[in-house]
Design a protein around this ligand. Structure first.
Ligand SMILES: Nc1ncnc2c1ncn2[C@@H]1O[C@H](COP(=O)(O)OP(=O)(O)OP(=O)(O)O)[C@@H](O)[C@H]1O
Ligand SMILES: [Mg+2]
Length: 244
């Protein structure tokens, strides 16, 4: 059976005048249903570019993305959008909400676009995401953290088999962040392939795997996540231990 999400040697270049940015340089990634993978790496290392290519929002300059065996890259936008609506829940802050509609109307639309696939109750989902009390508000009337929570509710509305989230806990207080992380883990436990871009060591530690990007390429899969200062300290102290 095909993996839920598969990216094979993705390349993405940006040109501005004589400048060329190599945002992705041959990144490959396979995520099975039931797995939560964290993508980490310094600012500018290509994390958001990778996620946009995985979601079919951006076209890679080379390589292929497949969702449950179906190619989503190098296809007309309407076809990519159809695959997205059916199979992918995306949490890219602010982007997945329609501006002039309330939070609950956004949720209803996401469900309708996916052919009313979502199970469970919309009110319950909004409550689980901690945004039920703002269900009637439009995105422009929400705070940054509320927007993130509303975005999560919309991303999960149709029980997507693939969930892609860019910094889902970035602007949130600890308790809300923990709640969102728990919901993402729950989606993975229910069989979804979950990919989370994060700068947070806690989020990376709670994932099943971590993929670290550096200058658009995978640097190494550290497990468990160790901050670079600690790594350097560890290297220094182990040298000390071995000294005569
Ligand atoms: N539309 C664009 N045009 C030109 N360069 C771009 C564009 N989008 C991204 N880049 C460049 O590509 C590289 C990767 O950007 P990307 O947004 O993927 O980084 P990131 O890892 O998500 O960073 P952050 O942690 O800051 O969100 C950066 O050097 C960025 O400046
Ligand atoms: Mg980014």
């Amino acid at each position: 059976m095909s993996a839920a999400l598969e990216a094979d040697r993705l390349f993405r270049f940006y040109h501005a005048g004589d400048d060329e940015t190599l945002a992705l340089q041959g990144v490959s990634l396979t995520v099975e249903g039931g797995e939560m993978v964290a993508i980490t790496g310094p600012s500018g290392s290509g994390k958001s570019t990778l996620l946009a290519c995985l979601a079919g929002l951006d076209e890679p300059d080379g390589g292929v993305v497949r969702i449950a065996g179906e190619r989503i890259s190098r296809r007309p936008e309407e076809e990519r959008a159809a695959v997205r609506a059916r199979r992918i829940g995306m949490l890219f802050q602010q982007v997945n909400l329609v501006g002039h509609l309330s939070v609950e109307a956004n949720l209803a639309i996401a469900r309708r676009l996916a052919g009313n696939r979502g199970s469970g109750d919309s009110e319950e989902l909004l409550a689980r995401c901690g945004i039920a009390q703002r269900a009637h508000a439009r995105p422009s009337q929400l705070s940054g953290g509320e927007l993130a929570r509303a975005g999560l509710a919309v991303a999960l509305a149709n029980d997507p088999p693939v969930v892609l989230a860019d910094e889902p806990t970035g602007e949130l207080d600890e308790q809300t962040a923990a709640g969102i992380l728990a919901l993402l883990r729950e989606r993975a436990a229910a069989g979804a392939a979950v990919v989370v871009v994060t700068h947070s060591p806690d989020v990376a530690a709670s994932a099943d795997r971590e993929i670290r990007l550096q200058d658009g390429a995978e640097s190494c899969g550290l497990r468990p996540w160790i901050p670079s200062e600690e790594l350097a300290q560890g290297a220094r102290s182990s040298k000390g231990d071995g000294a005569p």
